[in-house]
Structure formats: structure tokens, C-alpha cells
Design a protein around this ligand. Structure first.
Ligand code: PLP
Length: 388
């Protein structure tokens, strides 16, 4: 006979993460959960599912459910849904805006989201307005002119690291019943909890720090209100459009989550240390990082974020595109690759990707700070900048 385990309710999120997916299941008693590979589930003689709700793995899978429950707890939300990538999650949310509706989105956010918003809204008769959400007064004006059905924020934004005021923008949204969505990928749920600040939905590319090992694509959306119209749509969309995360990826994600708290702690510390160093370097024009006292929304970031400011930053190198590319080329520890949130530090010349007309400065290098020994990152940046 299996003994029951006391529930882990009340534990600090770091402790829940350390045990992610294991020890909760009296059926197996496994410290680490098994990979659930079955696509279909058996019914009994009366044609009832043996395990309630388990019929087909596009609808449900115990491994998704464990992971979703953990992420919902981290977010201080009610329910989460995993998707096959960050963009699959983002697309499902954006598709909840009906044709004829209006979407007010923060400008200068992750390029993939901007491209999807522009193409999807143009094809579906949705008015899309892009505005700088870090300028609260201007954003309020834009909100009252556009009267949106959904507001899309990215906090902090990628690659400009701007910080929008979630509680104030949430007040605007609530007055009009507009859905407020926050992409908090660059922060992680450990340092930013948009639902607690008034957002309706929070989305993460689990591809980034949640998994943290640059070896899977995944996305996750969380709500505080599972009875809302937008949540019903998103759940239907996941099942019916089929953008589910594979079992192996879900298992890898759970494994990555076990070390999230440690990774975030080290990444935050490394990032702040490096940002402080870069600010004083003679070949650096500007450092964009919300943890710096000189960042235009530093006080706001401090009031919204706990325990750090994340692992993403951008640096404007003194000089031209050539200077930025030379610094990137000189780096040894930082890998020249896109993405963020992995254990390894990465450098990316965003202008090469987004090109002319994108608004990305030619001398901008985006840095994703990993868990290396901090002084090695400082030394690598120093030699690359000094040899300009
Ligand atoms: N959101 C942000 C802020 C991102 O930076 C990215 C990717 O870089 C995504 C979403 C998309 O995630 P994915 O690549 O998993 O589709």
C-alpha cells in the first residue's frame, strides 16, 4: 500500500523548484519523474478514462500538469499552459483578440513578437498600435485614443531593457476590460510576478532561463483567472491548434527548473557586476540595464522586481557598427549566438538580424549573462573592448 506524502504547500519557491516534478507522485514514489511518452490513455469497461481527464496527450499529460502547476505557483497564478515554443504561446494569446479589435503593443520589443503582431494583425483586420510603454504619460494618451482590447508589454524589453509600469497600465486596462499581457521572459518569475502586479496573463519563452540550458524550445502562459474568456480561448487553442510541448522537452524543462533559483541568483549577480564595470569603460558609450542607478526606470524596476534585475543587458560600443562587430569578434568566453537565459554567456549584434529601419543602433551588442565565474566575464569584455 502506498503511503501518502505531506503536500509541499507553504514551501518557498526555491524549495519547490529543487524538487520539481519529483516526490509528489505517490503512485511511483520517484524522486525524479518518469518521461511520459504515451500519446493515448486507456478507458475502463464503462468507457471512463482510467485517470480522469487523460484521453490523448494533446489534451493532457501528467508531466505537463506537474510542470504547469509548478510554474503557476511560481507566478502566483491559478493555471499555466505549456506550448511548443515561446512564439507558439505568444501567438495563441495574440489570436485571442478578435478581428475588428485593437491591440496596443509596446514598441521596441522582441523582434519575433513584433513581426508576428504586424503580420497577424494586418491579415485579421486587427488595428495594431505600437507605443513606448516606458513613457507612462504618452502610453496613457495612446491608450485613451486607441481604446485597445489587449495591451502587450515586455518587461524588461529585449533588447532595450525598458521597464513599463505594470500596476499603472493594469489600472487603465481594468477600466476598459482590456487584457493586459506581460512577456516577462527576460526577468523570470523569480524576480518579476506580473500577475501580482495586476496583469491578466504572463508569458515566458521557457526556451530561455526557465530551462536555462539552451537545449529546448518551449513556452508557457499563466493566468490568475481561469474563468476569463481569454484563458478559455488560449486553452482551446493549445488543444485544437496542437502547439503542445513534447514529453521529452517537458521532462528536460522540469530538470532545468530544479536549478532555476541558483542560476538566477548567479546570473543576476554576474550581470550587475558586469554592467557596473562596463559603465566605467572608456570604449563604452552606454549600458542598458535596469539594475544600474542611472537607468531611466531604475526606481520603477526596483519597485517591481525582487532579488535582482535579470541577465539581459545591451551595450552601445563607442564608434560604429564595425566597432561593435570587432568587440563581438574579440570575445573568447562570450559565445557569438542569439538567445538568452542559458548557463553560457552570449553576445549578439541585433542590427545584423533586424537590419535597417528596425530602430536598433548599429553599435548595440546584446549580452545574455550566464553562470560563469563573474571575473572571467569582466576580463573577457575588458580585453575585447580595450583591443578596439
Ligand atoms: N519572448 C522573448 C522576450 C524572447 O526574447 C523570445 C526569443 O528570443 C521569445 C519570446 C520567443 O521564444 P521562442 O524562441 O521560444 O519562440
Amino acid at each position: 500500500m502506498s503511503k501518502s506524502l505531506r503536500p509541499n504547500a507553504g514551501l518557498h519557491p526555491d524549495s519547490l523548484l529543487a524538487h520539481a516534478g519529483g516526490g509528489f507522485d505517490p503512485a511511483t514514489g520517484a524522486v525524479v519523474p518518469p518521461i511520459q511518452t504515451a500519446t493515448t490513455f486507456v478507458r475502463d469497461e464503462d468507457y471512463e478514462p482510467i485517470l480522469a481527464g487523460h484521453i490523448y496527450s494533446r489534451d493532457s499529460n501528467t508531466l505537463y500538469q506537474k510542470t504547469e502547476k509548478l510554474i503557476a505557483t511560481l507566478e502566483e497564478g491559478e493555471q499555466s499552459r505549456l506550448f511548443a515554443s515561446g512564439m507558439a504561446a505568444i501567438a495563441a494569446i495574440i489570436r485571442s483578440v478578435k478581428p475588428g479589435g485593437t491591440l496596443l503593443a509596446q514598441s521596441g520589443i522582441y523582434w519575433g513578437t513584433t513581426l508576428f503582431l504586424r503580420k497577424h494583425c494586418a491579415r485579421n483586420n486587427i488595428a495594431l498600435v505600437e507605443a513606448d510603454a516606458s513613457d507612462l504619460e504618452a502610453f496613457r494618451d495612446e491608450f485613451s485614443i486607441t481604446q485597445p482590447d489587449m495591451v502587450w508589454l515586455e518587461v524588461p524589453s529585449n533588447p532595450f531593457l525598458k521597464v513599463a509600469d505594470i500596476p499603472e497600465i493594469s489600472k487603465l486596462c481594468k477600466r476598459r476590460n482590456a487584457v493586459l499581457t506581460v512577456d516577462a521572459t527576460a526577468a523570470t518569475p523569480l524576480i518579476l510576478k506580473p500577475l501580482a502586479l495586476g496583469a491578466d496573463l504572463v508569458v515566458h519563452a521557457a526556451t530561455k532561463a526557465l530551462n536555462g540550458h539552451s537545449d529546448l524550445l518551449g513556452g508557457v502562459v499563466t493566468t490568475a483567472d481561469p474563468s476569463s474568456e481569454s484563458w478559455t480561448f488560449i486553452c482551446d487553442e493549445r488543444t485544437n491548434a496542437g502547439a503542445v510541448l513534447g514529453s521529452f522537452e517537458t521532462w528536460l524543462l522540469l530538470r532545468g527548473l530544479r536549478t532555476l533559483a541558483l542560476r538566477v541568483e548567479r546570473m543576476n549577480a554576474n550581470a550587475l557586476h558586469l554592467a557596473n564595470f562596463l559603465e566605467t569603460h572608456s570604449n563604452v558609450e552606454t549600458v542598458l540595464y535596469p539594475g544600474l542607478a542611472g537607468h531611466p526606470q531604475h526606481d520603477l524596476a526596483k519597485s517591481q522586481m525582487t532579488g535582482g534585475y535579470g541577465s539581459l543587458m545591451s551595450v552601445l560600443v563607442k564608434g560604429s557598427k564595425g566597432s561593435a562587430l570587432k568587440v563581438a569578434g574579440n570575445l573568447d568566453v562570450f559565445q557569438r549566438a542569439t538567445s538568452l537565459g542559458g548557463t553560457e554567456s552570449l553576445v549578439e549584434h541585433r542590427y545584423t538580424i533586424e537590419g535597417e529601419g528596425s530602430g536598433i543602433p548599429e553599435n548595440l551588442l546584446r549580452l545574455s549573462i550566464g553562470i560563469e565565474h563573474g571575473p572571467d566575464l569582466v576580463a573577457d569584455m575588458d580585453q575585447a573592448l580595450t583591443s578596439l
